[in-house]
Design a protein around this ligand. Structure first.
Ligand code: HEC
Ligand code: HEC
Length: 402
C-alpha cells in the first residue's frame, strides 16, 4: 500500500458532506459547494497498485515515479501556459498511460502516440496521419516539444483550441481520429468515459491522482495536459551556447543565427540587405510562435492541390524540427508541404502576392534571394536547436507491452 496526497483542488463528495454539515450548523447556507471545497485539506488516499503492476510491470512503479513535476527549466525560458494545472508526477503518469493507450480509439487500434511518436519529436512522418477505420487527419501532425513554454495559450495550427486542456479530448471525439464522435452509428464521448471507467488500472490511477476513481472529461484533460507539458527539450547546442555567448558555435552557425535574428530590407519586394527576419514570429530563446503572428503565406491544403487554407497562424516551437542526426522529424507546415531544408528555404524565401499574410511580410510578392551560403548557414543554425534526451527518455515512452 502507498499513501499519497490527493490533488487539493478537486472535490471529494464525503468532504463536501462533512463540510456542508458544518456550514449548515453555523448558518452559512449561502456558501456554495465549491466555496467549501476551496478550503479542502490534502487528504491521504490509499492505492495498492495491483492492477497497475499487472498491466505495466516495472515500467510504472507508483512508489517511485519519475520526476515530471520539478524538471530543471533554463532561467531564460519565461513562458508557462500551464500555471492553472501544475504538473504532478502522479498526474503526468496518468497522462502518459492515456497518451499511449489504444483503448482511447473506438476499435482499440490507435492512441495519441500513433500520430505523435517520441522518435519523431512527437510528430508523424506522414503528411497526414491515419485515423480509425480509414479516417485521415486534415492537417499534418504537430510536434509536442516544449508546449508548456509557448506564450500562445491556444493550440492547433489554426488555434481553435482555447487551451491545451481543451485540446486533449478533441482527438477522442474527432470522427476521423480516435472516433468517439457519436456520428454515423459510432459510440460517443460518454461511451468512452464508460469504457475507461471499467478498466482496473484506471480505477487505481485516477484514485492515485484525484482521490477517487471517477473519470470525467476534466480529469482526462488535466492529466493529459500535464503529460504533454512535461515533454521538454533544453539540451541543445543552442542551450549550451546561450550560457557562453555562443562560443561553441561554428562560423556558419553564427551567421545563420544572425540571418534568423535580423529583419530583411526588402524595398519593392526585392531583398537587398539585412537578415531573414524569422525571429519576428519564432522568438528566441524558446522559438515559440509570437501569439499574434499572422499567416506565413503557406496556404496549401494537404493532398488537395488547388485548395487554400488561410487560417493557420501557429507553429510549434522551431526546436527539434530535426533529430540529433540533422534529419527532419517529418514534413513541415500545416499541409506537410515542406519535406526538405531546401524546400523550407523556398517556402519562406519567395512568395506571390497574398493579402492574407502577416503585415510584417507585406502583401506583395517578395523574394528574399537566399543565397546558397545563406541557406547553408540558416540550416546549420536551425540544427543547433535540437536536443537529444527527449527522443529516448523513458518518462515519455510507451508504458504498455508492445
Ligand atoms: C490520428 C492522428 C492523431 C491522433 C490520434 C492525435 N493527434 Fe494530436 N494532432 C494531430 C494533428 C493532425 C494535429 C494538427 C491538427 C490541426 O491543427 O488541425 C494535432 C495537434 C495536436 C496538438 C496541438 C499542438 C500545438 O502545438 O498546437 C496537441 C497538443 C495534440 N495534438 C495532442 C494530442 C493528444 C493528447 C492526443 C490523444 C488524446 C492526440 N493528439 C491524438 C494528429 C493526431
Ligand atoms: C510573419 C510571421 C513569420 C515569419 C516572419 C516567419 N515565420 Fe515561420 N511560420 C510562421 C507560421 C504562422 C507558421 C505555421 C504555418 C503553417 O503551417 O501554416 C510557420 C511555420 C514555420 C516552420 C514549420 C514549423 C513546423 O513545425 O512545421 C518553419 C520551419 C519555419 N516557419 C521557419 C521560418 C524561418 C526559417 C523563417 C525566416 C526565414 C520564418 N519561419 C519566418 C510564421 C512566421
Amino acid at each position: 500500500m502507498t499513501s499519497i496526497r490527493k490533488q487539493k483542488n478537486l472535490i471529494n463528495p464525503c468532504w463536501i458532506f462533512v463540510r456542508y454539515s458544518i456550514c449548515s450548523l453555523i448558518f452559512i447556507h449561502i456558501l456554495s459547494i465549491s466555496g467549501c471545497s476551496d478550503e479542502l485539506e490534502p487528504e491521504i488516499v490509499a492505492v495498492d497498485g495491483k492492477a497497475i503492476r499487472e498491466e505495466f510491470g516495472d515500467r510504472i512503479d507508483i512508489h517511485n515515479l519519475p520526476n515530471y513535476a520539478n524538471q530543471p527549466v533554463p532561467d531564460y525560458i519565461k513562458g508557462d501556459n500551464g500555471k492553472d494545472n501544475p504538473i504532478t508526477d502522479e498526474g503526468a503518469t496518468l497522462g502518459r498511460v492515456l497518451f499511449y493507450d489504444k483503448k482511447l480509439s473506438i476499435d482499440n487500434t490507435l492512441a495519441c502516440a500513433s500520430c505523435h511518436q517520441q522518435a519523431l519529436a512527437f510528430s508523424d512522418s506522414a503528411v497526414v496521419s491515419r485515423g480509425v477505420q480509414g479516417g485521415v487527419t486534415e492537417r499534418h501532425s504537430m510536434r509536442l516539444i516544449n508546449a508548456r513554454f509557448n506564450y500562445e495559450k491556444k493550440f492547433f495550427w489554426d488555434e481553435r483550441a482555447e487551451t491545451l486542456e481543451d485540446q486533449t479530448t478533441m482527438p477522442m471525439k474527432d470522427h476521423a481520429e480516435l472516433g468517439f464522435s457519436g456520428q454515423q452509428g459510432r459510440p460517443d464521448f460518454q461511451d468512452l468515459l464508460n469504457k475507461l471507467q471499467a478498466v482496473d488500472y484506471y480505477n487505481e490511477l485516477f484514485t492515485l491522482v484525484y482521490g477517487d476513481s471517477l473519470i470525467t472529461e476534466d480529469r482526462l484533460q488535466r492529466a493529459l495536459a500535464q503529460f504533454v507539458r512535461s515533454i521538454q527539450s533544453f539540451d541543445s547546442k543552442y542551450d549550451e551556447g546561450y550560457k557562453q555567448d555562443f562560443a561553441n558555435f561554428t562560423e556558419s552557425e553564427k551567421r545563420g543565427m544572425e540571418l534568423f535574428t535580423v529583419l530583411p530590407q526588402v524595398p519593392g519586394g526585392y531583398r537587398n540587405g539585412g537578415g531573414l527576419g524569422c525571429f519576428h514570429c519564432h522568438r528566441p530563446p524558446a522559438f515559440d510562435i509570437k501569439p499574434d503572428a499572422g499567416n506565413n503565406g503557406v496556404i496549401g491544403v494537404a493532398n488537395k492541390p488547388g485548395e487554400i487554407d488561410i487560417t493557420n497562424t501557429k507553429a510549434p516551437t522551431l526546436r527539434d524540427i530535426a533529430n540529433p542526426n540533422g534529419q527532419l522529424n517529418g514534413p513541415l507546415m500545416h499541409d506537410g508541404s515542406v519535406k526538405t531544408f531546401s524546400e523550407l528555404m523556398l517556402a519562406v524565401g519567395q512568395q506571390p502576392f497574398n493579402p492574407n499574410r502577416d503585415p510584417i511580410m507585406g502583401e506583395g510578392s517578395f523574394n528574399l534571394h537566399i543565397s546558397e551560403q545563406e541557406a547553408e548557414d540558416l540550416v546549420a543554425f536551425l540544427k543547433t536547436l535540437s536536443g537529444k534526451n527527449v527522443y529516448t527518455d523513458e518518462r515519455w515512452s510507451n508504458p504498455f507491452r508492445e
